[in-house]
Design a protein around this ligand. Structure first.
Ligand code: FCB
Length: 490
């Protein structure tokens, strides 16, 4: 399979870049080219946020009526999480959201993206139309979180689904069961009715490719199922739920901006003879979930997808896959280089790892740092006629962080965001409607199958004491976002 989430060099003993300690708390002494741009370069409507996900930060997994999700179950199984950890406690965001949001405000961000834990709101998984309960305490938590955002002048952006399927629904078959489309529609209905009067930015799914393929085909993520048989049903039900969710938000919150997110990477062939392989991987990684939503159907370049129309879809489904989203969220971290492979069923291609290509600019996830790829994905997606607006709903990097005398001088992460954001600006200056950037992520947190070890946060979390330290990268954003004057052009 394409090893697109965890690179082979993850957790190498030699971190990509371990900056020397600098006693100055002024990051501008370490970061030279901040002067290229600041918030004014992007215009006053540009959205600056951080992105988070419920399971990765909240903790409180058995509090106030929340029932288990697939990640609770998965992380308890031996060998599933590299570090053997669970997110039972995580960042204790459930209890600390007030002070955390003050920190978020201090860094200058005007938007906060978070997801709703499905099993906190609907403990039975199913909603009231199918006999399930609504957990008022769960709704209350998010209501207070939203109010806190609004009180601080931070716009809440809600993601309905960021991978934490209620275990009760997985027990009924999970995403391979077609009923998931109705279960999800009910969940979307309850959430939008509860919060739609206050929240006007809604994201339906977080990276459908990741949870469908990693969760049900390769088994690296929860619920850890590996089966060829599941693949087409999971893809199709996800795509249906994506559009159905959009319709529910539109119906219940007519003045909302509705979008959904996609993981994306420019795909380069390793050698000229790998061109066809690159086309197939592009269809899988970049086109599979967006094209049906645009009314273009499933990409023809992947012949196995024709099985959906033949064996999985019901009459009328193909029309139901389309939804007119107001925006799409692109989540971009790295580029991919691929080659032809006869051992990889369906896709006949595999990843050529950065190590094999002698690329040394890697993050701790083993992902290649390649800023221009940000520009390239924006450009690629902007070519679809049906896309009205693009937000970068995630980008960020895990590096080995050192706390010294209370300071985390994460120069590599500053450089990452600076260079990737510069490429967003490049696209924007060409007239592409890219309207926001959400850094992944606010707080160091539970990085799924990798556990707590990779740290992506702008704020360091000591997981023993829950102490927070704003890293140099957080302060860099603060300078960028609170700058009074536009950058002088020489
Ligand atoms: C994205 C996920 C997010 C986080 C980052 C590093 O694919 O949406 O939850 O894991 O990767």
């Amino acid at each position: 399979m394409l090893n697109y989430r965890s690179g082979e060099s993850s957790f190498s003993d030699t971190p990509y870049f371990c900056p020397p300690f600098n006693s100055s708390s002024d990051v501008s002494t370490n970061v030279t080219s901040l002067q290229n741009f600041n918030r004014h370069s992007f215009g006053s409507d540009f959205v600056w946020g951080t992105a988070t996900a419920a399971y990765q930060i909240e903790g409180a997994v058995d509090r106030d009526g929340r029932t288990p999700c697939v990640w609770d179950t998965f992380s308890r199984q031996k060998g599933k999480i590299k570090t053997g950890e669970t997110a039972d406690v995580a960042c204790e965001f459930y209890d600390r959201y007030v002070s955390d949001l003050h920190l978020h405000k201090e860094m200058g961000f005007n938007a906060f993206r978070f997801s709703l834990s499905w099993s906190r709101i609907l403990p039975d998984g199913v909603g009231p139309t199918q006999g399930g309960r609504i957990n008022e305490a769960g709704l209350r938590f998010y209501d207070q979180l939203i109010d806190q955002c609004l009180a601080l002048g931070i716009t809440p952006w809600i993601t309905l689904y960021h991978w934490d399927l209620p275990q009760a629904l997985e027990n009924l078959g999970g995403w391979p069961n077609r009923k998931i489309v109705d279960w999800f529609a009910d969940f979307a209905d309850v959430c939008t009715k509860a919060f739609g009067h206050k929240v006007k930015h809604w994201i339906i799914l977080n990276e459908p490719l990741a949870f469908s393929i990693l969760g049900y085909f390769t088994g690296q993520h929860a619920p850890g199922r590996r089966s060829l048989r599941n693949l087409l049903p999971v893809i199709h039900h996800t795509t249906l739920a994506q559009a159905e969710g959009g319709r529910i938000v539109r119906r219940n919150v007519p003045d909302a901006q509705v979008g959904t997110t996609f993981s994306c990477s420019p795909i380069d062939p390793f050698t000229p003879k790998d061109q066809a392989a690159a086309v197939r991987v592009d269809a899988l990684m970049n086109r599979l979930f967006i094209e049906p939503s645009l009314g273009l159907g499933y990409p023809k370049e992947l012949s196995f997808l024709s099985g959906i129309a033949k064996k999985v879809a019901k009459p009328g489904d193909m029309e139901r896959l389309a939804f007119d989203f107001d925006f799409i969220g692109l989540q971009h971290y790295f580029r991919a280089v691929v080659e032809q492979s006869y051992f990889m069923p369906y896709i006949w291609a595999k990843d050529v790892s950065p190590l094999r290509r002698n690329v040394s600019t890697l993050t701790e996830m083993g992902w290649e740092v390649y800023p221009e790829s940000m520009y390239r994905v924006i450009k690629q997606f902007s070519q679809y006629e049906g896309i009205k607006k693009i937000y970068i709903t995630e980008s960020g990097a895990a590096f080995y962080d050192v706390v010294e005398r209370g300071v985390v001088n994460d120069v590599a992460r500053v450089t990452y965001h600076q260079n990737y954001i510069e490429q967003v600006l490049r696209a924007k200056q060409e007239g592409i409607p890219v309207e926001g950037y959400f850094a992944w992520t606010f707080l160091d947190n539970f990085e799924w199958a990798e556990g707590f070890r990779p740290r992506f946060g702008l704020v360091h979390v000591d997981f023993r004491t829950q102490q927070r330290i704003v890293k140099a990268s957080g302060r860099w954003f603060q300078q960028l976002l609170t700058a009074e004057q536009p950058v002088a052009i020489n």
